[in-house]
Design a protein around this ligand. Structure first.
Ligand code: NAP
Length: 333
């Protein structure tokens, strides 16, 4: 259906840098989903293909792998550093990989060591954007954010951002150092940032809003579902139980019908909907597949008119919580 890397003349801005409207999330290349189908060489090729379309927001984190995703991204960017607007995150640690126990650690000493280790794995002297992956309930936000601000002063990060925080937390951080970006889950089946006001806060304060899981971990594309390998996180997510999928399939059916009506794919409609939430929005769909990458980048050219957006606003709510089935410790991936 798509030939070559789609080029779009549109640009958006993240951390003061122009980027294509649709970025690339790299987590699934090394973490969270179907380990049996991971292929580092293929993922590096996908990353480099994304950069062929023009400067792109490339998203990773030290906790993905853990650590191996930053190494993979560094490998892909080795001779192409300036083609990427490179974002990573710190503040989470994997305590037990098999049991999938991930803790928050945003103590200053941890964060100071984390940025140095991230830069080393990525093979760069600075990142364009460094996020606090989660606020640590045991550490005042001001202390953690102060370390991120210090990284900007020391030239290790050009700009800094937060992930999954409230308007109050955005305000507290912004009073110390400008928040360049907020990365939170936003998609056709997760609209919390609209309801909670963080999407709007970013628009009013010149911050980019970066939707993670904009494809609903693949579900909204209509091609991902059923049962998952036990080591695929979705096998433990409430929205992916057989019972939840039996309900959530209604969302996919409607997205599929709307996509057919506008001559696009369901994935493109899901991404175009995030782009329609404001010019400050840059989604980061994850993919390891070059055809999916091309399809996702081309979503920037899918225009949804007001009537279509209104139909998408009437989709049924998702069945099941965003993360684990029963009060997980922290499952940020
Ligand atoms: N801040 C946070 O706490 C946080 C949490 C989660 C994720 N993230 C970031 O957000 C990024 C994106 O999230 P995500 O990867 O979890 O979920 P996602 O982008 O919603 O979905 C990824 C899934 O969709 C599939 N997919 C992608 N494009 C497709 C297409 N055009 N057609 C059919 N299937 C398609 C992928 O499989 P294929 O590989 O086969 O294409 C993969 O299974 C991550 O990579 C990570 O960087 C951040």
């Amino acid at each position: 259906m798509f030939t070559g890397v789609p080029a779009t003349s549109q640009t958006r801005h993240v951390a003061g840098r122009a980027v294509g409207p649709v970025g690339l999330g790299c987590m699934g290349m090394s973490f969270a989903y179907t380990p049996s189908t991971r292929d580092d060489d293929a993922s590096v090729a996908v990353l480099r293909r994304a950069l062929d379309a023009g400067p792109q927001l490339v998203d990773t984190a030290d906790v993905y792998g853990p650590f191996t995703n930053e190494e993979l991204v560094g490998r892909a960017l080795r001779d192409r550093r300036d083609d990427a607007v490179l974002a990573t995150k710190g503040g989470l640690v994997v305590r037990d990989e098999r049991a999938e126990v991930i803790d928050r650690d945003a103590r200053p000493e941890h964060l100071r060591a984390a940025i140095d280790a991230s830069l080393q794995r990525l093979g760069v002297d600075h990142v364009d954007l460094w996020y606090l992956h989660r606020v640590d309930p045991d550490v005042p936000l001001e202390e953690s954010w102060g370390v991120l601000a210090e990284a900007v002063q020391r030239g290790k990060a050009r700009a800094i951002g937060l992930s999954e925080v409230s308007v109050d937390e955005l305000e507290r951080a912004h009073a110390i150092h400008p928040v360049a970006a907020l990365q939170s889950e936003l998609s056709l089946w997760t609209r919390d940032p609209i309801l909670e006001g963080t999407l709007d806060w970013c628009a009013r304060h010149g911050a980019a809003f970066v939707p993670f899981c904009p494809l609903g971990r693949g579900y909204l594309t209509g091609t991902v579902g059923g049962t998952f390998d036990v080591d695929d996180m979705r096998s433990r997510h409430a929205r992916f139980t057989p019972e939840a999928q039996a309900v959530n399939v209604r969302i996919v059916e409607q997205v599929r019908a709307i996509a057919a009506g506008v001559g696009a794919t369901p994935a493109q409609v899901a991404l175009a909907w995030t782009l329609a939430q404001g010019p400050h929005v840059v989604p980061i769909p994850g993919t390891r597949n070059p055809a999916h990458l091309d399809e996702n980048l081309a979503a920037a050219d899918v225009v949804l008119d007001d009537a279509t957006l209104a139909r998408l606003d009437l989709l049924p709510p998702a069945e099941g919580a965003r993360y684990g089935r029963s009060g997980p410790p922290v499952r940020p991936a």
